[in-house]
Design a protein around this ligand. Sequence first.
Ligand code: FPP
Ligand code: MG
Length: 300
Amino acid sequence: GVQTCALPISGLQCSQALGAGPRTTRSGAASMASKTLSDAVRGGAVAREYDPYADMEIIEDTNTADVVRKLAAIDLGHNRCHQITEDAPPDVDPFALVKEELAPLSREVRSQLEAQHESLTDASQHFFGAGNTREGKRVRPVIVLLMGRATQDASAAEDVLEGNADRQRRLAAITEIIHTASLIHDDVLDAADTRRGGLAVHKKHSNQAAVLSGDFLLARASVALAKLRRTQVVREMAKSLEALVQGELMQLKSSEEERLSLEYYLTKSYCKTASLMAFSCKSAALLSGHELKSEVTVAA
Ligand code: FPP
Ligand code: MG
């Protein structure tokens, strides 16, 4: 079902075509499948109790200002072991810590971006080429990998830890694919000529190719997400996609009054930049086996 939700920002509306709500708004296909299953075990208590879609709520009604307020209200003081203003910077290079896990990222992503059409493959792989400066800093994958490592339960069995780490590596790549898609689209929206010291995708190819390659990246990221086989992670990452769109919209369309509002600025920045990192970190904690509402996942 298509839903409309009012954003906290005056004049903006967004449409969610994502079948929200676990019981009341599931898609026709979903309720049909559920009905068929009920029919198959007709009459028994099992038919009423078993609901394969109970955990399938994709996204809640969005109120980003609320999300930002709640995030700001979380007190993580007791988790903090470092004071930026008082302590010296820690003697650690986060990039070096995950260097080995990061090294194959571009190659692995490239193998997921083989399209039937050569120019679509070219445009989609533009930022995942081997050994060139277009790869960027890979800040997001580094953060995801570190969060994955930090949230693992060291007392778990070796094969469980390795399985979690493998999914977290795949999540790191997914996060970078989503980020890349958003940059390709952003350069079209901003009519930017360059990105990372080279031509923007739409300048090298065309607007059509850039829009479609961004879409293609999102499509492949969705497949990779589904392959993690963790519904909650799919759900959290879906929220980050919506937040990116919302942030871009807030940046593109704002009144003079909104541009002078600190809350508007923080909400826009959370949506456009922080949300993808936040939802990815949360997902990394989920992939370490923590519950959605656990202290670890909330802190992540
Ligand atoms: C760069 O901002 C843009 C982003 C970080 C997000 C862009 C988001 C969208 C285009 C929404 C669509 C999302 C998806 C997933 C396709 P900037 O223009 O301020 O920075 P820049 O100078 O690096 O371009
Ligand atoms: Mg831009």
